[in-house]
Design a protein around this ligand. Sequence first.
Ligand code: KIV
Length: 269
Amino acid sequence: MISLNNLRQFKADGRKFSCLTCYDASMAKAMEIAEVDSILVGDSLGMAIQGRDSTLAVTVEDMAYHTAAVRRGNQHAFLMTDLPFMSYATLNDALVSSKTVMQAGAQMVKIEGGAWLSETIEVLTRNGIPVCVHLGLTPQSVHVLGGYKLQAKTREAADQLIADCQAVVNAGAALLLLECVPAQLGREISELFPNVPVIGIGAGLETDGQVLVVQDMLGLTFGRVAKFVRNFMKEQSGETAIVDAFKAFHLAVQDGSFPAREHTFQVEL
Ligand code: KIV
């Protein structure tokens, strides 16, 4: 099973790693066969599985249920799980929520925010819970951000995001996930932290790993498709099509052909 240390080693070796969201055992098994490196049990399940219009209604129990199903289906990938909206608002909430998803099979929890999470990160890490911090477009704050849109578009906003990354890394964050930020910023942050792997979604080609929501990359998103999505199902056919789509994603991340320029936000900072 891939560990956090393996991800750190991948970064040190310059080997890009793949990550997909996953919520059930059969997709998890398909990802195991395709050798996808890591899985995020994302609170995007609120939209992708539960049909809601945001992630806000997802509960810790939902996350634990899907984490356990995914872990049963996949013994290969590094597995991280989102702590959902308001489940880490206090230190005690963060500990109790993390205990639930770690006992369900997660190897790491992911929380959304910035420097203000420092104490939470320190306490979780001290208690044996590795933490990934999701920055940039943070869907749990959609009503503060005013929609799902590109973040850190100016040098000043980019520097603020870098300062947040620095603070959470100082507090012990072991992984960073950047969503919807200029490609240049994705590169700058990945270069800044040699020991902390950075996963991107709409954060350019030069982050250490790439993640996509599984429904998006299988072409199961009906409606507006984000710029950073590529449909890997298009080129597949036959009964192994889904596994082949996962393999194609994994290989495209490794060989640097995904994301292409058209999937990235090119903003001069
Ligand atoms: O919940 C999720 O699926 C995520 C991805 C968008 C990275 O956080």
